[in-house]
Each structure stands twice: as structure tokens, then as C-alpha cells.
Design a protein around this ligand. Structure first.
Ligand code: MN
Length: 419
């Protein structure tokens, strides 16, 4: 069996950097999709791939390969702990390891996260891996239909990620490929843009592996390119006339995999006819957001938010305090005209503060002024308030000369007299 391969990757049309990382050498094939702030995603995917490859060289036993993933996980985890700007970074990883037996190679596929492995066998495209995503878990639990899963807003929430916690175990699958088969490893930048029929038609095009990988990436970018897109195609050679059709030989292998990586917490799920409760929820790992993997990251985010909130409140309190301290109004104290600092009736927790009482009785003023003063007449400064009272005193003088009942006339006379 002649094994050939090809790969392609593209940053896409939206992202500024390519956080996917791949490796191929004819025996080991790896795709990783990194995520995390700053350049954490790029660091995580590269570290994970290199960490895995360095430990997996020459190995084809499940135990060694699984511990290679665990070792890669440690590499990323420690790097994230050692560098503040990389804290919380993580990555998916999907790997195919092909044995050296040229007549009947054996392939082990390992995965963590939602980067996928597929096999095309007898014109049928089968997803080898299971997505370690919140939606994937719901799908397998029968709580979500495939149609709902495709459009779910939670489909980017991963439940297992390389580099986020100290311990990690990948899922593992063993496959006995036949001539004519193709294995595809790809990041979600491919599968979010291309439906299965489109992927199979490219894998059945008869082109060489490199061209197929390039076509998958090109079409994903063309279809939207919302994410980095990476594809690795392994071609197990054309089926000869002597190769009779045979069922796909693929099985999950290895040790038991814990289904719950983190303590479950109640999570409300939309698109759900009946809410998940108790045992149902307990079986499903708590989702981790792609951009927010660690508790440390969450705490930092919350602290940053609280600091920003405190700043906004501080600025608000400062502004209101200044506003209130700089405000005066003319009001009444014990039936005398007085100047208050603050706002009439008070503002929030600031009660008006009596500054001075003037020798002017309310009863000496026309009644229209009296009711206005009782509710408070705002003035921009203490001087303006004093001026207002001087005017009132002049009014009171006029009022006492003319007598009550002719307020309007009095006012008009005073105004024109002052002018
Ligand atoms: Mn991606």
C-alpha cells in the first residue's frame, strides 16, 4: 500500500493570526487549533504538536501515544503557568499515527477538543473522532439533534483541551485502512464552513493528497473563512482490481476515558425541550469557553471588570459630589430667605446644606415669590444667589410701598426702574 499525504493551512479572512499548527512526516500527522489571548493560541498549538511529536517518534502502542498527549499537555500547561500573558492558553489536538507495515498498516487516531479525524471508505465519509465540546456531549447524550448542534451558539465551548489542566487523556481509535481509503485531520475552520457531502466530494475527486488538502482549505476560506482552516490528507493509495470491498474496520481503543473532567455545575441549556437536571447534567462535563479556559483566567477577568466598575463609580461619585458642592439655591429657613448649598430637595444621598439666612421675611414678598422660594430657586454660585436676594429685597421694598394685590405692576415698575 502506497501511503502519500499532503497538508494545507490558511489564516482565513477574519482572524489576524493563524493559531492552527500542523505536522506531517509520513508516519505522524498532527493538527492543533490553539486558543488564548495575546499570542497564546499560537504558542499552545505549536508547543502541543512539538511536545507530542517528540514523545511519539517511533511509537505505535496506545500507552506511549496517550502519554505523549499527556506530556504535550504538561508542556503547554507549564508554559501557561510560567508566563502571565500566556495564562489560560490551550489547544485542540488530533493526531494519526501510521504503522510501518507496508502491506497492512494500522492507524491510531487520538484527539482532544473539536479538531476532527475523518475516514473516507467506499465513498462513505465517517467521522472517527468525537468532539469534546459541550454540543458534542449533548449530541451523544441524545439531548440535541445534529441540526440543532450545527447552529448552536455553544458549539465552540470545549469540554476537553490540551494545556488547561495538569491531567489529560485523549480518546483513541484504531483503524485498519484499505487501499482507496483517505484519512482527513482538520481544524473546525474546515468543518464549520464545509458540510460532509462537500468534504467527501473533494476527497473522492481523484486528485493527489496535497491538492485535496489545499482544495479543502481553499473552499473553507471561500465559504466564509471565519476561522483558521487546516487540513491534512493521508491517502492509502488507489484500490486495485484485487481489492474486494470490505467493511470499515475501526474501533475505539485504549483505556477507559473519564467522561467528567471538571466538576459539573448547573448550566442552563437553550434549544432544549426539557431542562437537564440531576443525573442528566452530571454526566456532561462543564463547558470551557474557548477564550477562557482556566479558573485563574476567569478570576482575572472578574477582577478587571470589578476594577473598571469601581473606576466608573468613582468618577460618577466625584462628578456628582462636585456638581452638588458647586450648586446653590435660594430657599426658606424659618420663614426667612436663605441660601443653601446643594440641590433643592437634595440629590441622591446629598442633603442641602444651609449656608446663610438673610434678613428678609417671606411675608414681605409677593406670594408668587414665596411659593417659588419654598420649592427652591437654583443659582449657579453663591454670588448669584446673593444677587438674587438683593433683587428680592428691592422687590420687597416696592411691595411694601405699593401694597399687596398689585404684584404684576410692581414687578414691571421695579424691572424698568432697575434697567
Ligand atoms: Mn478553530
Amino acid at each position: 500500500m502506497q501511503v502519500t499525504w499532503g497538508e494545507a493551512t490558511d489564516v482565513g479572512r477574519v482572524r489576524r493570526s493563524n493559531q492552527d499548527y500542523l505536522y506531517t512526516d509520513g508516519r505522524l500527522f498532527v493538527v492543533a487549533d490553539g486558543m488564548g489571548g495575546a499570542n497564546g493560541g499560537e504558542v499552545a498549538s505549536k508547543l502541543a504538536v512539538e511536545g507530542f511529536v517528540s514523545r511519539a517518534v517511533g511509537a505505535l502502542d496506545g500507552r506511549t501515544l496517550k502519554s505523549a498527549v499527556a506530556g504535550a499537555n504538561q508542556d503547554v500547561f507549564k508554559e501557561g503557568q510560567a508566563h502571565e500573558e500566556l495564562a489560560g492558553m490551550g489547544t485542540t489536538l488530533v493526531a494519526a499515527v501510521v504503522s510501518d507495515e507496508p502491506e497492512a498498516p494500522r492507524v491510531l487516531v487520538l484527539n482532544v477538543g473539536d479538531s476532527r479525524g475523518y475516514i473516507l471508505h467506499d465513498s462513505d465519509l465517517t467521522q472517527i473522532t468525537e468532539d469534546h465540546s459541550w454540543v458534542g456531549e449533548l449530541l451523544r447524550a441524545g439531548k440535541l439533534s445534529p441540526q440543532e448542534a450545527e447552529v448552536s451558539a455553544s458549539r465552540h465551548m470545549l469540554t476537553r483541551v490540551v494545556g488547561v489542566a495538569g491531567d489529560l487523556e485523549p480518546d483513541m481509535w484504531e483503524i485498519l485502512p484499505r487501499p482507496g481509503d483517505k484519512i482527513l485531520l482538520c481544524s473546525d475552520g474546515i468543518t464549520n464552513e464545509l458540510a460532509d457531502p462537500e468534504i467527501s466530494s473533494i476527497l473522492m475527486s481523484g486528485a493527489d493528497a496535497k491538492s485535496m488538502a489545499e482544495e479543502l482549505v481553499r473552499r473553507a476560506v471561500e465559504a466564509g473563512g471565519l476561522d483558521n482552516a487546516t487540513a491534512v490528507v493521508i491517502d492509502f493509495g488507489p484500490a486495485g482490481p484485487e481489492d474486494a470491498p470490505a467493511p470499515l474496520q475501526m474501533a475505539r481503543t485504549g483505556l477507559s476515558v473519564p467522561r467528567t473532567m471538571v466538576p459539573p455545575a448547573p448550566v442552563t441549556v437553550t434549544r432544549q425541550s426539557a431542562p437537564l437536571r440531576g443525573p442528566d447534567l452530571m454526566q456532561i462535563p462543564q463547558p470551557l469557553s474557548r477564550s477562557n479556559f482556566t479558573k485563574a483566567g476567569t478570576v482575572l477577568r472578574i477582577l478587571a471588570f470589578l476594577a473598571a466598575l469601581a473606576l466608573v463609580i468613582g468618577i460618577g461619585v466625584y462628578g456628582i459630589t462636585n456638581y452638588v458642592r458647586g450648586s446653590y439655591f435660594v430657599g426658606v429657613s424659618n420663614n426667612r430667605v436663605a441660601i443653601y448649598q446643594g440641590r433643592p430637595g437634595g440629590l441622591l444621598w446629598f442633603a442641602p446644606h444651609l449656608v446663610t439666612v438673610r434678613d428678609l421675611r417671606l411675608s414681605d414678598l409677593p406670594s408668587a415669590y414665596a411659593s417659588e422660594l419654598r420649592s427652591g430657586v437654583p443659582e449657579p454660585s453663591f454670588a448669584a444667589a446673593s444677587k438674587y436676594i438683593s433683587n428680592l429685597q428691592a422687590q420687597a421694598k416696592q411691595f411694601s410701598q405699593v401694597g399687596p394685590g398689585t404684584t404684576t405692576t410692581t414687578t414691571t415698575t421695579t424691572t424698568s426702574g432697575a434697567g
